[in-house]
Design a protein around this ligand. Sequence first.
Ligand code: CAA
Length: 258
Amino acid sequence: MEMVLYEATGSIGTITINRPKALNALCSQVLDELNEILDQVDLETVRCLIVTGAGEKSFVAGADISEMSTLSKEEGEAFGKKGNDVFLKLEAFPIPVIAAVNGFALGGGCELAMACDIRYCSENALFGQPEVGLGITPGFGGTQRLARIVGPGRAKEMVLGARNIKAEEAYRIGLVNAVFPAEELIPAVQKLAAKIAGNAPIAVRAAKKAMNEGASLPIAQAVVCEEKAFGSCFATEDQKEGMGAFLEKRKVTGFVNK
Ligand code: CAA
């Protein structure tokens, strides 16, 4: 692996898109490496994943325009599918994924951040889907996920107007959860990741799955996803420990992931 780095420290894994000279643009190799790394994450020990970009300027400045410039119609569709498949895998990843958006998050970069569960960004972050200015549509989920996160009106303004927005506006419209000075971003993301990793892992996974699966269903079906998740937790040792600690007025001694 060279264009995507992976490091696990305790229960937190960090994926870094590592093409700083190209502002971490997503070429096919990056997508392939990201895909492989997701397969290699040790889900026995890692309980939360962070995704960020190398360098101080950019999270990901989009899909690689040089690589895309000569694609045919069929190749374009296949490239879109390649990105979508990896981002769907990330979105459905069993453990929570936090995007640490440390600069440009344009096109495929905004789409990568949106495939994560939670987004924190630095004050210098810039979000946008500038594709129509390049003669294409967003291709890695931007026409779909942005509207689900910020609503159709704001999403259409950004996509159809190719209007980039700064960190504060991204926060105001709910595209990011919080904004930090650049040097505080990673510590803040790590703190949240540690908080998530300290909770009952089976319950965390089940809650993420229920929230994701229910999001596209009518509410009466969506709550069934929750009932299954809720019920499954009662077969775990972690539920015995979590509720036992409350009733015995003591701290949880540790969740065992069983
Ligand atoms: N693809 C390929 N290379 C890129 C790139 C991209 N998306 N973004 C930046 N780079 C490269 C530049 O070509 C440049 O390379 P060289 O040094 O070899 O010339 C290097 O990164 C540094 O970029 P700039 O010199 O342009 O840096 P800047 O600070 O002046 O500008 C920027 C930064 C505003 C982000 C500008 O680079 C830019 O506009 N990039 C393209 C953003 C974009 O349009 N993204 C959407 C791509 S389409 C897409 O993503 C489709 C999809 O949905 C899947």
